[in-house]
Structures are given as structure tokens and as C-alpha cells.
Design a protein around this ligand. Structure first.
Ligand SMILES: Nc1ncnc2c1ncn2[C@@H]1O[C@H](COP(=O)(O)OP(=O)(O)O)[C@@H](O)[C@H]1O
Ligand SMILES: C=C(OP(=O)(O)O)C(=O)O
Ligand SMILES: [Ca+2]
Ligand SMILES: [Mn+2]
Length: 666
């Protein structure tokens, strides 16, 4: 019953009784019918339920969404097929994905949760394919239940019901644990070396591609597939990568945890119902059997973890790690192979766009600020981590963001804070037992706490996530030595030098007594993900920057006033002012002077930033210490670059000389 504005109760149906009750101030009357007929009381105020049994009642709670959208034309593999036939082909495709390579045929797959078997309304919607079974093992007798492209709500229920450590936080996010691994395991990532990849990829010193042979890949694949088929149910996500419609890749992720399925739902591009109908067979498949270890007796295996990439088969197998970032970055590696083949440059960078269409790229290693600085309330977010630069402009590879949560604050990063709501996966955070309020400062599980959310959770996301050619290319380095200037303008050769170097220095970790920053050089600011030699990507970047007139910048988001231990991290507010000045074009017009050793052009003034911090030497009280540290870092740069000196970049190798000269001089 509804009260109107005057505080009166509407008189309709049982409202009359209530109105009378209100006047008398008595309890509602219960009229007992003729004692002779029934020994029951009737509360006349309740309408009757439209179900005869509890099961029926529960079946009313869920309605099947409107029949699938009308099929337009014969665009895709499965389009223009009767619904029944389409469903059958889809299951056949999933069965083929899950097929053991030794037993020949795929498992019998059935759609839906095995726990719902008894629900009559669900049964109606179950379809299954009984693959022809020749072998006589027990595995051929069972069904593999497939939970296909479930919604976030369904995945929440699966996670909370079946996965220990899954909880809803006070803001509605799904908190979960990634298990023993809370970060990526680059030393356990292997790539199949065959005749083709042996020639095409980067192998050897510095390369992230640790070789394995085809046979070993198949052993691990079989191990993963058998594990997945032995489960009650598996999750299957069919999604896309790359917002550039011409270069979109179809990916299938088969996994055992709702956590993994929701993570990829957020991180990949979500197909519309129409697109899903026309999905057909995937271009690339991930088998995530992360709970199950690899076999140490298997050739090449050096730990219980193995992440295996087979480009010829377009497959990836994950054993022995549940860290979800492995899937996201695994697919990124694949894009670093596929895209350059199409003359498209893949970039480990964030990307945003101003109101006037000016695009900026933010390169940088983990923790340098790609996500934080590309998520800018004054600009459109194109993406926070993985992009492509094609002839037509830039496009995000992903459909979501993966932000660090450690010490997250509403004041400093409001957009990320507000994105942590229903649908967001929160990895490895600690929360208050009763209120479920997350303590973002708590590092009990790991320092690498993370939030994965769909990009549209950021209010000013640019959807579709594409943009014109970049105007600014910002290289981020978190220099814990505290000697790189907060901002420097780079010429093209310097941009290439710093891009190939891929420098950052973070503090070694949380352990006590660790005072020395650790320098990391990671070619193209993402050596863990590139597949070909760094100079290949660098040459493409140089060509594109030159063609489109983009300006390069080096921004230190790390220490000022001394190294880690004596100085402090540059205030995020100052870095944001610097970035604002780059975007607006005002920094391009500033007055510059050149630093010694690194030969960097530094501005004398940036609006909103104290001028004295722009040259780091001013911020160090110990000038000798500054000089020593500067020379030490310059030496590390020089050492690192030696591996690249014998590679040619540009026509007739002309860029190579210039790039070499653009490094530190001492
Ligand atoms: N001056 C600064 N610039 C950028 N980030 C900063 C700065 N000071 C502190 N931070 C913090 O450093 C982290 C940067 O991480 P993130 O943006 O996730 O990096 P990436 O996406 O490159 O891995 C964030 O937690 C951010 O709050
Ligand atoms: C997911 C990752 O990305 P980043 O730390 O660059 O945000 C990662 O490196 O594991
Ligand atoms: Ca990030
Ligand atoms: Mn990243």
C-alpha cells in the first residue's frame, strides 16, 4: 500500500482495512472462517501466489530473456541458422576446444550449472552434444558442464558459493584471492619454438621468450584439458580483443573459476548478444587450469608453474598459477605477434584523449603510472594498459582496466575509487570482517592488490575505445634514485633511446632494510610481452611519431630530493600538473635548458609546480651524493644499451647512430 503526499493511505484493496485500522489504532483483524469447514486462519490482506509448489514458485523468479535478437543476413559462421542448430554448433565448437588430442573426440558438453539439474525450467534450456565416443575410459562417460558467458551476477553467485575466499565488499565488488601467486611469473612463461617462430621471434639474452618444443606443449595442453574435463563444470568466455573493427581478434577462455571468468569478462571486450550469435570459432584459445600444477617430470619444467604459448596452434595453456593477470598479459603477448604482422604497432601504454581530440600515450613499466595518469577526470579514457597504433589511429586492445589498489584514496584517485563497485573484481585485498569495508593500506596478502573493472565504469571513458593519431608520447619512469628530472622534452632519437631502454627503478619491496633502489630495464617498456626484437617495435614507433608529428616526453613519477630513503616520491598532484601542461601544449612553448650527462631538455617553469624541483640537483641537499647517483644511473643505462648497439634501425641504419648518441654522455 502506498501513502500519498498528505500521509494518507491509499484506499485500494486491503488499503481500506488499513485505513480503518489506522483510525482505531488496533492490530489487523484476522477473520476466521467457519470453524466447521477449515481449521485454518486466513490473513485476508495478502494476494495469493501464482504457484502451486515451491519449485514452481522458484521457477517464477527467473525469466528467460527475450528470445535471441533477430538474425540479420548471413554475416557470421552461425548466423541465419535456426536457434536449435546454432546452439548445437556452438556446443560442438566448445566440445572441440576441450577435446583431448589423444582420444580424438571432444567431451560431451552440456550447457548450464550441474547444481541446477533438478530445476524443471532450467532443464528445458539445456542443450548437449554427445560427441561420438570411441574410447572406453571413464572420462568419455561423463558430461562437461559449460557455464558459457555468464553475467557478472551469475558469476558472483558461483564464486561465493563455490570458491573459498570470495566475498562481496561494502561497495559491491567481488573480493577474491588469487592463491599462492599474487603476481605474474615471467620465468615460467614459455613459447613453442618451431621453424617459423624460430626465425620470427626474439630468442636468447634479454628475450622474454623461453623456448619449449611442440611435444611438451601438447603434454601440458593435455594435462590442462584433462583437468578441466574432470571438473563438474568449466567456464567459457567468448570475447573480443581490439576495438579497431578491422583488426578484432576472437578469443575463447576456458577456466575453472568464476573469478577467472569474471576477470576476463571485465578485461576483454564484451560481445553484444548479436555478436555472440555470430561468434563461430575463436581465433585464439586459453586453457586456464591454474589450480593444477604442471608435472616437474615433463621436459623443460623448472617449477610447478607453466604458462605456455603456441602461436601455430593459437593456444595458451596455464598450469600452476591462478593469478588472473597472466591471462590478460598472455593475450597481450599474442597481440604483440599478430599486430606487427599487419603493420600495426602494439603498445604497452595507457591512452587518453582531450576534448579537442588530442591523444596521448603513456608508456611505462608496472607501477610507473599508466593507469593512474591515463585515468584523468578532464580527459576521455581510451585505455589504461594495452593499445594498437594503426594507419587509422589508436585503439584499445581491452575492454577493461586493471588498477593497483595499494594505498588507494578517494581524494587522489576518485575515478578508480568509484569504479570499485558491483561487477569489479578485487584481488587479494583485506577487508573488515563485519562491514566488509576494504582497507586499501593493508598489505597482509600482497602489495600487488588489484581491481579489474569494465572500462565503462570510468565515467569519461571513450567508447568505442579508439582515437586519432597521438600528439604526445609520454615515457614514464619511476626513478627511485631520484636523479631524473620530473619532466623533460625529448627529440626523436632520445625518445627511441629511452623507449628501447625501458627504464624504471622501484624500491626493492616491502622488506625491511632494503634501501637501494633496483634499476630495471625492460625494452619497449614491456620486454615481458614483446615477441620480436625490440628494435622492430622501436622502428615502427619512430616511423609513426615522425609521420604524425608526435612529441616525446620523459616523466619521472618517482623520487625527488634524494633517492629512496632520503627523498620522497614526487607528489601525484605535481605530476598531474606536468601532464596537464603537456596535454594543453603550454609545455611545448616553455623555456628549456639542457642537463649534463643525460642531455635532457628541462623546462624552467611549469604551471602549478614549484620551479626548484624541475632540476633534481636543486632538491638534493647532498650535492656530491646527487652526482654519484647520477653517474651510477648513467652507467647502468650504458651497460644495458650495449646489447642493442649491433642492431640496425631505420633506413640504412641511420637512426641507430643517432639513437646511440642520444644516450648519456660522460
Ligand atoms: N607522482 C606519481 N605519479 C604517478 N603515480 C603515482 C605518483 N605518486 C604515487 N603514485 C602511485 O603509483 C602507482 C602507479 O601505478 P599504476 O598507475 O597502476 O601504474 P601502471 O599502470 O603503469 O602499472 C599508483 O598506485 C599511484 O597512486
Ligand atoms: C597486469 C600487469 O600490469 P601493470 O602492472 O602494468 O598494470 C602486470 O604487469 O602484471
Ligand atoms: Ca596498470
Ligand atoms: Mn601494465
Amino acid at each position: 500500500m502506498a501513502a500519498n503526499g498528505n500521509g494518507e493511505v491509499a484506499v485500494n484493496g486491503n488499503g481500506a482495512a488499513a485505513a480503518a485500522r489506522k483510525q482505531k489504532g488496533t492490530l489487523p483483524s484476522i477473520t476466521t472462517s467457519d470453524k466447521h469447514h477449515h481449521e485454518v486462519c486466513h490473513d485476508m490482506s495478502a494476494p495469493t501466489v501464482k504457484a502451486q509448489t515451491i519449485d514452481e514458485l522458484h521457477s517464477l523468479q527467473k525469466k528467460k530473456s527475450a528470445p535471441n535478437t533477430p538474425i540479420k543476413g548471413i554475416q557470421g559462421t552461425f548466423a541465419a541458422l535456426p536457434e536449435e542448430e546454432r546452439q548445437k554448433q556452438q556446443l560442438q565448437s566448445i566440445s572441440a576446444s576441450l577435446a583431448s588430442l589423444t582420444r580424438g573426440s571432444g567431451p560431451k558438453v552440456v550447457k548450464g550449472d550441474p547444481a541446477n539439474k533438478n530445476q524443471t525450467n532450467q532443464k528445458v534450456h539445456q542443450h548437449h552434444v554427445a560427441a561420438p565416443t570411441i574410447s572406453a575410459s571413464d572420462s568419455s562417460l561423463k558430461f562437461t558442464h559449460v557455464l558459457y558467458n555468464l553475467s557478472p551476477a551469475e558469476l558472483y553467485e558461483q564464486a561465493i558459493h563455490y570458491e573459498k575466499g570470495s566475498f562481496i565488499t561494502s561497495t559491491g565488488a567481488l573480493a577474491t584471492l588469487s592463491g599462492a601467486k599474487t603476481g605474474r611469473a615471467p620465468r615460467d612463461k614459455r613459447v613453442v619454438k618451431d621453424d617459423v617462430t624460430g626465425k620470427e621471434l626474439w630468442w636468447g639474452k634479454g628475450s622474454p621468450n623461453i623456448e619449449m618444443d611442440e611435444q611438451t606443449f601438447l603434454v601440458n595442453r593435455e594435462r590442462a584439458v584433462d583437468y578441466l574435463n574432470s571438473l563438474d563444470k568449466v567456464f567459457v568466455n567468448d570475447q573480443f580483443l581490439n576495438w579497431d573493427p578491422e583488426n578484432r581478434i576472437k578469443v575463447r577462455i576456458v577456466s575453472a573459476r568464476a573469478y577467472h571468468s569474471l576477470f576476463m569478462h571485465n578485461m576483454c571486450i564484451r560481445p553484444t548478444p548479436e555478436e555472440l550469435e555470430e561468434f563461430g570459432t575463436p581465433d585464439f584459445t586459453i586453457y586456464n587450469a591454474g589450480q593444477f600444477p604442471c608435472n616437474r617430470y615433463t621436459h623443460y619444467m623448472t617449477s610447478s608453474t607453466s604458462i605456455d604459448l603456441n602461436l601455430a596452434r593459437s593456444e595458451m595453456v596455464i598450469l600452476g598459477t591462478q593469478y588472473a593477470g597472466e591471462m590478460k598479459k598472455g593475450l597481450f603477448s599474442v597481440m604483440h605477434y599478430l599486430m606487427p604482422k599487419r603493420r600495426i604497432l602494439s603498445l604497452h601504454s595507457g591512452c587518453n584523449m582531450g576534448k579537442d581530440g588530442d591523444v596521448a600515450l603513456f608508456f611505462g613499466l608496472s607501477g610507473t603510472g599508466k593507469t593512474t595518469l591515463s585515468t584523468d577526470p578532464n580527459r576521455y579514457l581510451i585505455g589504461d594498459d594495452e593499445h594498437c597504433w594503426a594507419e587509422t589511429g589508436v585503439s584499445n586492445i581491452e575492454g577493461g582496466c586493471y588498477a593497483k589498489c595499494i594505498d588507494l584514496s578517494r581524494e587522489k584517485e576518485p575515478d578508480i575509487w568509484n569504479a570499485i563497485k558491483f561487477g569489479t573484481v578485487l584481488e587479494n585485498v583485506v577487508f573488515e570482517e563485519h562491514t566488509r569495508e576494504v582497507d586499501y593500506a593493508d598489505k597482509s596478502v600482497t602489495e600487488n592488490t588489484r581491481a579489474s573493472y569494465p572500462i565503462e565504469y570510468i565515467p569519461n571513458a571513450k567508447i568505442p575505445c579508439v582515437g586519432p593519431h597521438p600528439k604526445n608520447v609520454i615515457l614514464l619512469a619511476c626513478d627511485a634514485f631520484g636523479v631524473l628530472p620530473p619532466v623533460s622534452k625529448l627529440n626523436l632519437a632520445q625518445t627511441m633511446y629511452h623507449f628501447i631502454s625501458g627504464y624504471t627503478a622501484l624500491v626493492a619491496g616491502t622488506e625491511e632494510g632494503v634501501k637501494e633502489p633496483r634499476a630495471t630495464f625492460s625494452a619497449c617498456f614491456g620486454a615481458a610481452f614483446i615477441m620480436m626484437h625490440p628494435t622492430k617495435y622501436a622502428a615502427m614507433l619512430a616511423e609513426k611519431m615522425l609521420k604524425h608529428g608526435a612529441t616525446g616526453w620523459l616523466v619521472n613519477t618517482g623520487w625527488s630530493g634524494g633517492s629512496y630513503g632520503s627523498g620522497s616520491r614526487i607528489k601525484l598532484a605535481y605530476t598531474r600538473k606536468i601532464i596537464d601542461a603537456i596535454h594543453s601544449g603550454s609545455l611545448l612553448k616553455a623555456e628549456y635548458r639542457k642537463t649534463e650527462v643525460f642531455g635532457l631538455e628541462i623546462p624552467t617553469e611549469v604551471e602549478g609546480v614549484p620551479s626548484e624541483i624541475l632540476d633534481p640537483v636543486n632538491t638534493w641537499s647532498n650535492k656530491l651524493g646527487y652526482n654519484d647517483t647520477l653517474m651510477k644511473l648513467a652507467g647502468l643505462f650504458k651497460n644495458n644499451f650495449e646489447t642493442f648497439t649491433d642492431h640496425m634501425i631505420g633506413k640504412d641504419n641511420e637512426l641507430t647512430e643517432e639513437i646511440l648518441a642520444a644516450g648519456p654522455n660522460f
